[in-house]
Design a protein around this ligand. Sequence first.
Ligand SMILES: [Mg+2]
Length: 146
Amino acid sequence: MRISFDLDDTLIAKKRFPLEKESFVAKLLGAERLRLGTITLFKALRSKGHQIGVYTTSYRSKTKIKRMFWAYGLSVDYVVNQQLHERTLGKRSKSISKYPPAFEIDLHIDDSLGVEREGELYGFNTVIVAMDDLQWIDKILERVER
Ligand SMILES: [Mg+2]
């Protein structure tokens, strides 16, 4: 399965949820801190053969995003940032914040209820995880298993 993750308030937040311990390399690169559990989750998904990527409405560059994960020993297979979203969807990018099917994504993970609503409206699969959800990994893995 091809799975994508939102960044802000899903995998990255400033002191809003417990964070992964900052690696030496991450500190060196000034990489953003990842949500606690991200490493375990990515490894579990990888071991099951899933493809992992990022779908964000931010303008962070693809290189910066890839490097941030790399700093924690993780890799992402693809990055959809706001630039690519706009380039791919054209005019439609204004009326829909995310459209995973355009990038052959099977399941998108996000914190936004707006994205959940778009999924219902436009027919794509989402898992919405709240920032205070400490069982967020289990919620995602359970859904992926189904
Ligand atoms: Mg978000």
